[in-house]
Design a protein around this ligand. Structure first.
Ligand code: APR
Length: 255
């Protein structure tokens, strides 16, 4: 438990809000997966300080797949395949198991929420688990033999394959967009975990929840774009640590 009395009070208040929530929803970003070994995009040692985000611009990817595919594999498949859910993912899965959490909206494409056991997960930026053909729309699992191709191509039409998550310049998947904003409007408490709130339209989701009267609890060791205008209670903690503290208060086992 925290040695800082103020932090202990914040944790107690957050736990009480979660316990009394009528319709709890979580909104997560890259920060929730940092303790699983997946670097965040921004901030110290973030992916965008090591790789050029241009490789994730859709037009550049289509023009230069030979440059982009090796980077995409290194960032999203080499790293991601070793990652396991951490206490924060397990906490959200437990909250859903006991009927407290109604949905998880994630900007992440790493499938760690699903691996932890969450069933209602809206993947706002798509997901890296499958590839899609840019020509005929066929889907393929992101399997080792397909990723072994230097530049994966569709066996059906020969088209270029890309991971089924959105690149810069691509639209948000319709179903995920609708489901995410519906969940934001229905919730009375939203947990906003591990996100800078820099990227739109995802960043509108906590704002939509707030505009509909939700109490916004943020878990982030640093300030974000939400901290001063959307968040009502911030736990300045790492997601895994906050999850352990909240689970203890709520008497939920997340071993
Ligand atoms: N626990 C909680 N939060 C953390 C932790 C941690 N252990 N470590 C870092 N953070 C916070 C950082 O303080 C930061 O606010 O997580 C956030 C990570 O921010 P970003 O890297 O910008 O990730 P995110 O907000 O999810 O980015 C949104 O940008 O590049 C696109 O599509 C990509 O989905 C991504 C989107």
């Amino acid at each position: 438990m925290s040695s800082n009395p103020n932090l202990a009070e914040l944790i107690a208040e957050a736990a009480e809000k979660i316990k009394l929530a009528r319709h709890l929803v979580a909104f997560t970003g890259a920060g929730i997966s940092v303790e699983s070994g997946i670097p965040s995009f921004r901030g110290e040692d973030g992916l965008w300080s090591r790789y050029n985000p241009k490789t994730l611009e859709i037009d550049y990817f289509i023009q230069h797949p030979e440059i982009c595919w090796p980077v995409v594999k290194e960032i999203f498949y080499t790293h991601f395949n070793k990652a396991l859910p951490n206490a924060a993912h397990r906490f959200l899965a437990r909250l859903e198991d006991v009927g407290m959490l109604k949905a998880t909206i994630t900007q992440n494409i790493d499938s760690l929420h699903q691996q932890a056991g969450n069933r209602i997960v809206h993947c706002f930026h798509g997901n890296s688990a499958r590839l899609t053909c840019l020509k005929c729309g066929n889907y393929y699992p992101a399997s080792n033999d397909i990723l072994a191709q230097v530049i994966p191509h569709c066996t059906h039409c020969g088209g270029l394959l890309k991971p089924d998550f959105i690149f810069f310049g691509e639209a948000i998947p319709d179903d995920a967009y609708r489901a995410s904003f519906d969940a934001a409007r229905q919730c009375d408490v939203m947990l906003v975990i591990g996100t800078t709130g820099e990227v739109y339209p995802a960043a509108l989701i906590p704002q939509e929840a707030k505009a509909n009267g939700a109490f916004i609890i943020e878990i982030n060791p640093l300030q974000s774009h939400f901290s001063h205008q959307t968040t009502l209670l911030q736990l300045p903690m790492k997601a895994g640590e906050a999850a352990q503290a909240l689970a203890a208060r709520l008497k939920l086992k997340i071993d």
